[in-house]
Design a binder for this molecule. Structure first.
Ligand code: FPP
Length: 233
């Protein structure tokens, strides 16, 4: 489908990449095959966001709880991250600003270094900001911000919501306007809970590895129909 020319687009989209395991199970494949396909869907979706001129998109790639999965699965996902970082951005992505949001301290030193390198190498770019939420939890994000503010000696009498926003892993990025969750689940799962306080949610039945450009267009069309009031009338 083609999007109407003057459609209202979100500035910041959050995407919960869910359903990789079920995608693999349906095909009698190991769960890790679902993650491999999920990584391809991620690249395809990012390219479409770039083509549409989306300012910022955050993909939920690994939650703080995902470390509880069997080591084979965790290692397979770490390998996908590592391969992605080694491959680097391709030509269609060369103006992307990459950010890794989450507590990076639990990753191996090598992986963390690669993430920080990609982050600093793309920091001066001017295109779509792509955040990968890794070892990310919304509550952990807020706790981490609170600890930072306390260590900086923040004054409780003058502390503002903006101060908190500016200490989250997503500091400097606009609030999330649209959260897309594929795979039929209708949960927030601790994803960008502060940043998406006024977001629109679009839940879709497609499993993440099958998520196509058309699915993103459908979600954007649904978003454009919503009447956002931010608590007003
Ligand atoms: C949730 O689906 C998905 C994950 C925990 C991992 C997501 C990781 C990727 C898509 C790969 C990312 C790679 C790069 C390079 C960004 P699930 O496994 O919980 O699915 P299920 O609910 O069907 O079991």
């Amino acid at each position: 489908m083609a999007l109407p020319e003057n459609i209202v687009l979100p500035r910041h989209i959050g995407i919960i990449m869910d359903g990789n395991g079920r995608w693999a199970k349906k095909r009698l494949l190991p769960r890790t095959a679902g993650h491999v396909q999920g990584a391809k869907a991620f690249r395809k979706c990012l390219r479409h966001c770039i083509d549409l001129g989306i300012e910022c998109v955050t993909f939920f790639a690994f939650s703080t709880e995902n470390f509880k999965r069997p080591p084979e699965e965790v290692n397979a996902i770490m390998k996908l991250f590592s391969d992605y970082l080694d491959e680097g951005l391709d030509m269609s992505e060369d103006d992307v600003v990459m950010r890794f949001v989450g507590d990076l301290s639990r990753f191996s030193g090598e992986l963390r270094e690669k993430m920080l390198r990609m982050q600093s190498e793309t920091a001066g770019n001017h295109g779509t900001v792509c955040c990968l939420a890794v070892n990310y939890g919304g509550r952990d994000d807020i706790l981490h911000a609170a600890k930072q503010l306390i260590s900086e000696g923040a004054d409780p009498d003058t502390l503002t919501e903006d101060d908190i926003s500016e200490h989250l892993y997503t500091a400097g990025l606009p609030d999330v306007d649209l959260v897309i969750r594929p795979s039929g689940e209708q949960r927030i799962s601790n994803f960008l809970i502060w940043q998406s306080a006024y977001a629109e949610y679009v839940f879709m039945d497609v499993l993440w590895p099958d998520f196509s450009e058309n699915d993103l267009d459908l979600a954007l069309t649904e978003y454009a129909k919503r009447n956002r009031r931010f608590g007003g009338l």
